[in-house]
Design a protein around this ligand. Sequence first.
Ligand SMILES: [Zn+2]
Length: 420
Amino acid sequence: MSRRLPTAVASLALVPLLALAALTPIQPTRAQETPAAPASASTAPALPKETRGVWVVRTDLTGPAAVAGVVEHARKNGLNTLFVQCRGRGDAYYAGGLEPRAQSLEKRAAPEFDPLALTVEQGHAAGLKVHAWVNACYVWSESKAPVAPEHLVNAHPDWLAVDRTGRRRRVGDPEVFVCPGNPEARAHLADVCRDLAARYELDGVQLDYIRYADEKLCYCGGCLERFQEYLAEHSPARVGGVPANATRAQRVALVQRNAWSWSQFRREQVTSLVREIRDAVKGARPAALLSAAVVAWGPFPGDFNRSEAYVRTGQDWYGWIRLGLVDAVAPMTYQTGQAGFKSWINSVARHHRDFPVWFGIGAYLFGPESAAAKIQTVRQAGGQGWVLFSYTSVTRSGKDDAYLRSLKARVLSRQSATAR
Ligand SMILES: [Zn+2]
């Protein structure tokens, strides 16, 4: 949920990819996908009529007073859902987890302080839904290595994603991502989410950074080998005599000759990861919702299959909805202008009518008047909710709630403010 590229930059970045997509020779049909039945109405957990959420970044959860402030600001101002960041960079903003306690939390709070437990307890007492917000594939961004030897960046560097030249992401890179196709990394992510769902009375788990960092990843040995197997299974003629024990160079060449299949393969890696996490979460807490904060950069390109989410990051979130792998999505529609914002809202709402879509509002980029206009756009399109990014911005890190009060006056009548 971190801040995104401005719309203009994001749109420019898309151009060469679209050109590449247009040049690739074979476009297999989407009929290969078998839609699964969506969760039945009887098992679907109850949702507020309108989800009115806020993303609470981990740095705002520094102690019991800060948690009490989050809950109070939300309750007073008619919000009904908190997305509490509890995994930032492969670390834990909660107690007793499978990953090391976050360094910033260790420095600033008592060792027994559990921001997630306290937010769940106080949030529920105030009538709020509380979802654990988990950054999945993004695992480090500091220039120095994590102090904890068991942090996965130290303990499992072989899980980190690799570019085409063979260079692995490493400490010091701004975006250290794990490979979403690595079976051990996947099992670990599923374990972390299972543990959260099992130990906390969560209303849901929300995945963020559930994708590749960009189109340059991942060319690790495992991905290249799995791609060759994938091609042999789906379009054997296209393997073109490359032997089963091919060299890295041969496999990279195979990728380059089969750009569309490679792009489809990458999406399937991420989709499989979502499926594994879903199974883990539902196994531990069947009533918890699995949702994802998903990429919605730039203006809607007219067809989701041309979006940056789909093309660059391997995030086929329209597919996840179709396959019943998520119970809700929160597209990060942080466009500042109404036109760009509306292009996504209308397309998504039209395609996924009756599915819970909670549209992200980039409140860090504009004032409450503009946020209110966007919320009205969501309502007019039949959207089921919205989420403000972020608590830091709309309360100046908990200092005041002027933004939220102004927003409440604009979008919440007395009646709708109390309806949950
Ligand atoms: Zn890989």
